[in-house]
Design a protein around this ligand. Structure first.
Ligand SMILES: CC(C)(COP(=O)(O)OP(=O)(O)OC[C@H]1O[C@@H](n2cnc3c(N)ncnc32)[C@H](O)[C@@H]1OP(=O)(O)O)[C@@H](O)C(=O)NCCC(=O)NCCS
Length: 186
């Protein structure tokens, strides 16, 4: 049977992507400011959201990777997404990725969404380690990860070439036992 999962927080619902999300998804990923340190250039193809939603929904159902649409309960609109990808079941690890619509930055929404994603990853999925690969200039993202307890583990030089521009990466890691200790102390 197709796998489905919904996560809830005080202000948000995280659910699998679905048809109807196209306009909100494009509003997130067509914005050059949101895509400044992303692994791809801003979206310009109007067909891209529908293709991405179909691919993400199928991958979610098959447990290949999990991209959650982040929906603001107050409006019912998607304001971002967060993803567990590059799943290595044997090593019990995955990478996290995320993006938030520019006009919702600074409201604590991504931290709130990622807390639920971490609980899902370390709880239901029983993962041991999560990683994030971030451009060192991406201060909003590094602060968000550090707030959640991720540790900076190393610099990977010139790891991405996006739109002809070469980017370094900082690798962040969070172990399940570190997350559990932080969660207990909060
Ligand atoms: C990375 C990104 C999601 C961070 O967004 P954000 O809104 O700064 O992240 P948070 O949810 O952690 O919010 C924290 C901010 O909200 C503020 N805030 C307001 N209300 C809050 C609340 N209730 N709880 C927590 N923080 C709150 C915090 O003070 C902080 O503001 P500051 O950065 O000015 O100190 C966003 O910058 C983004 O989408 N960037 C583009 C995509 C990207 O680069 N993704 C990473 C690569 S995979």
């Amino acid at each position: 049977m197709d796998y489905q999962k919904t996560l809830t927080t005080a202000r948000l619902t995280l659910r699998p992507p679905r048809p109807g999300d196209e306009d909100d998804l494009l509003a997130i990923h067509a914005d050059p400011e949101v895509m400044r340190y992303f692994s791809e250039t801003p979206w310009s193809d109007p067909e891209r959201p529908a293709r991405q939603i179909a691919q993400d929904a199928a991958a979610f159902a098959a447990r290949e990777y999990f991209r959650f649409a982040i929906v603001l309960n107050e409006t019912g609109r998607q304001i971002g997404n967060c993803t567990l990808r590059s799943l290595h079941w044997q090593n019990r690890r995955a990478e996290v990725g995320y993006a938030l619509r520019r006009d919702y930055w600074g409201g604590g929404y991504m931290s709130e969404a990622l807390r639920a994603l971490l609980a899902f990853a370390f709880g239901e999925l029983d993962l041991h380690r999560l990683e994030a690969d971030i451009d060192p200039r991406n201060t909003g993202s590094t602060q968000c990860l550090e707030r959640l307890g991720f540790q900076r583990e190393g610099l990977l030089r010139e790891r991405w070439i996006v739109g002809g521009e070469v980017h370094d990466s900082v690798l962040y890691g969070l172990l399940r036992r570190e997350w559990a200790a932080l969660t207990r102390s909060q």
